[in-house]
Write a protein that binds this ligand. Sequence first.
Ligand SMILES: *Cc1c(COP(=O)(O)O)cnc(C)c1O
Length: 666
Amino acid sequence: MGLESDTSENTHALPAKSANLVQRAALKKADAITRVEKPWTIEQSEELYRIKGWGEPYYSINALGHVTVSPKGDRGGSLDLYELIEALRRRNLGLPLVIRFSDILEDRIERLNACFARAIARYNYGGVYRGVFPVKCNQHRHLVEDLVRFGAPHQFGLEAGSKPELMIALAALTTPGALLICNGYKDREYVETAILASRLGKTSIIVIEQVEEVQMVIDASRKLGIEPVVGVRAKLSTKGSGRWGCSTGDRAKFGLTIPEMMAAVEKLSEAGLLNCLQLLHFHIGSQISSISVIKDAIREASQIYVELLKLGANMKYLDVGGGLAVDYDGSKSKYHASKNYNMQNYANDIVAEVKEACEERSMPVPTLISESGRAIASHQSVLVFDVLGVSDVSTGTPPEVTEKEHLILRNLYETYQSIALLNYQEAYHDAIQFKEEAISLFNFGYLSLPERAKAERLYWACCAKIREILRLQNYVPDELEDLERTMASIYYVNLSVFQSAPDSWAIDQLFPIMPVHRLDEEPTERATLADLTCDSDGKIDQFIDLQATKPVLEVHPLKPDKPYYLAMFLGGAYQEIMGNLHNLFGDTNAVHIKLTPTGYQIEHVVKGDTMTQVMNYVEYDPEDLIESMRQQTEQALQDKRITIEESQLLLQNYERGLTGYTYLSS
Ligand SMILES: *Cc1c(COP(=O)(O)O)cnc(C)c1O
């Protein structure tokens, strides 16, 4: 029990007179709070939605109360997100909509390379940094192409984790000298393709992740007469943390244990290919929140690297994998949705640790590789969606109750009227008890349906009045903690969580979500979000808070005939690709926006799935569907169950529906 709830309980035990004084003082305070209430400011919105924490330097709020985007970070130029959405809608691009800012992608790549360049200069490191982007993080063609183009000055490469990704990477990566890291499960075809790629001038490196792959590489090399560049992935003993922490340790899916690595070295040596072994790779998991975990891993890997050199391998590269985290809640902490370090700390620690390990043994330092996906791709995309409707408990003025009405209704009404600062906790328990009694009475036939409706309305009116007091005094006793949640409205959003935020559904990942406009207005409603799918899991009821989650999001009351836009941020990694066809809502519309000196330019529009495409995925032929509908209306016409006008309207809507966007148009 906190101090405050202790004091509030004590007040009940005070003698009447002083209790009265306390009550008056408290009421005065509450009164004062209401009176001096200042207009809501955008600074309050900034704080509430924590946009500075997770959004800087790309997202902020402007004087109009709209979210603005500064795609080039600190380098100038910004866009009003609300205006942009309106402009895109005028171009007939329906919501939900993914907006990708290619300038942000460029900025992320620049930053990562700049951080490593600074660290290399600072520690006087004798090697270079050659980053790669893991394609699995976001495989969309325009994004991968942009990435290769923006990364070219830094010889930024790609990482493939599967055969299809290798196909993409081979075609997309044209930068001379950039690395093509080949990870994942491999078959003969994968290995041969990766080796042959060197004939096209690519620096492809085959990373051995499973014991069987050693022989595969040896065979392919003999068959093709080409000496490949080979790496090994180590299973470190350092454990990652957080929900992706299982990529490491003895039970990890990928990587060689130290005895397996020794066997691989021997096998390559026997085959005369030890000089091909040039890279050590590890990946301890994604979203590593704590820098100390990263340091431990680097230290262990550096030692393995040096030892491989000592064993006669021709080591040149150390690949530290992914893991560079994103601060989703803006708390700069080691909470799983955050990170307690920045990109520069990350680069510094890698460079310093590797240098130290190599210097101690007088060994040459490696070219450093990182496979940062999340840290590069998350910020560039914003998912915008609109609210279609709301369902809330009726909290308006409660119905009058007369002397003649049922006792239970009179009790509830009295409770409602008595609620004040001093007795609200007691009143809350009374209200709950009376409501439960009312339901029992109804179940036994003593209360009519209109009476039960009245009882429920009175109950919610009590809750609303109590909530008002809680908000004013800015303090919530433990037992009332659930009140906001139970009273929360449900905002129905034009979205499929399964499609657009799969991690939010599957692993409770947190993403910052906030209104795009009206941020100069106080968000007086508390809501959870429910999506369009009829699945009860299709909801979002956890929102970022400071190193914690909150069950409701502060939102504005809807205005009739006015759209209300929400946006989910930092979803550019992993979310855009894992989406599925739950309830047959397909892919969303996407646009690529680039800043120009005078404004912005729409580089690409990628239309979301139409109903027809989605139907095709599950093997329905739209022609057959239409034909079936035509036959059924024809029969209904014959039977005079439908007019010719009605049948035409039905068929037209049906056909139009099949060619349209799967989401709702408003
Ligand atoms: C997923 C993955 C990455 C990307 O990790 P991030 O944390 O997104 O940077 C890098 N390397 C490998 C081997 C991976 O499996």
